[in-house]
Ligand binder design. Structure first.
Ligand code: OAD
Length: 263
């Protein structure tokens, strides 16, 4: 049997990571959906980095919950499996979901990359924040690294290969999804229909999430939505589970793995 799982911020909510559109999502009175944009970074990179650094710290001290663990168990039992997560945290991975069966379609918060060239720095939840270096704008408007003694410093890092700012390695609103990751989702869907599609903890605001859920369940597969709230996907679901993911997913996975030793 083949299983596709699509997850969003709600799956990490019970690990203490605020969702984007939930009540606790606001940060310093700012809307995260407005901070996660190229425009916000161009306007105030310091503010955007402050938000991401705080999120990184919160994720480092968080633990995977029963929903992450149930999905990791399902990955081991199904013979065809793909997890597509919109979450940039590493909680699915830390719960044991294998990276070869997982696509982080909105990137990885522990990656830092150049906002202009192909320079990439891979951190991990286990690695500390890189030592802070500093940048300032010269009169010509070019950025250069400076020692953290100057009064006009800002807490930003420049690319070691040039003078552009480093940025978080995540996908922002209005940006393209990473091509290689998109291909992995497409390849999985092309290889055949699924028997079960589970969509958990997402408002499904992006068309591609609905598209993948529907294509995955095209030949009569079960389409299960796990979400305490209604979403645009709800009307297509064959089963609605209006419970928190950490309660619903262990029960669902238990049922699947008990009914067939190798689903
Ligand atoms: P949202 O914050 O939009 O939605 C969270 C969803 O999780 C809502 O539908 C909640 O009802 C649900 N939820 C909350 N607590 C839950 C729980 N304990 N168990 C199950 N569900 C729960 O987050 P996403 O849909 O993941 O993208 O947002 C999608 C994308 O929009 C994010 O990846 C981010 C964003 O803004 C970018 O930054 C590009």
């Amino acid at each position: 049997m083949r299983v596709l799982v699509l997850t969003g911020a709600g799956v990490s909510a019970e690990s203490g990571i605020p969702t984007f559109r939930g009540r606790d999502g606001y940060w310093r009175n700012l809307d995260p959906t407005k901070l996660a944009t190229p425009e916000a970074f161009a306007r105030d990179p310091q503010l955007v980095w402050d938000w991401y650094r705080e999120r990184r710290e919160r994720i480092r001290s968080a633990q995977p919950n029963a929903a992450h663990e149930a999905i990791a168990k399902l990955a081991q039992h199904a013979d065809g499996f793909l997890l597509v997560t919109q979450n940039v945290d590493d909680l699915h991975m830390r719960a044991g979901s294998p990276i070869e069966k997982m696509v982080q379609i909105h990137g990885d918060i522990f990656v830092t990359r150049c906002s202009r060239c192909d320079f990439v720095e891979r951190g991990s939840g286990g690695s500390p924040e890189p030592p802070e270096s500093w940048a300032t704008k010269s009169k010509s408007g070019r950025l250069r690294s400076i020692a953290p003694t100057s009064d006009d410093h800002v807490n930003l890092r420049c690319c070691p290969k040039g003078d552009a700012l480093l940025r978080p390695g995540v996908v922002w609103f209005g940006e393209q999804l990473p091509w290689s990751e998109l291909q992995r989702v497409e390849n999985f869907l092309h290889r055949g229909a699924c028997d079960v599609v589970i969509v958990a903890g997402t408002t499904a605001t992006f068309g591609y999430i609905i598209d993948w859920a529907l294509r995955g369940s095209r030949d009569g597969a079960e389409l299960i939505e796990v979400n305490p709230e209604e979403t645009p996907l709800s009307r297509f679901a064959t089963r609605l589970v209006r419970e928190p993911a950490a309660i619903a997913l262990p029960k669902l996975v238990e049922k699947f793995t008990a009914s067939s030793p190798q689903i």
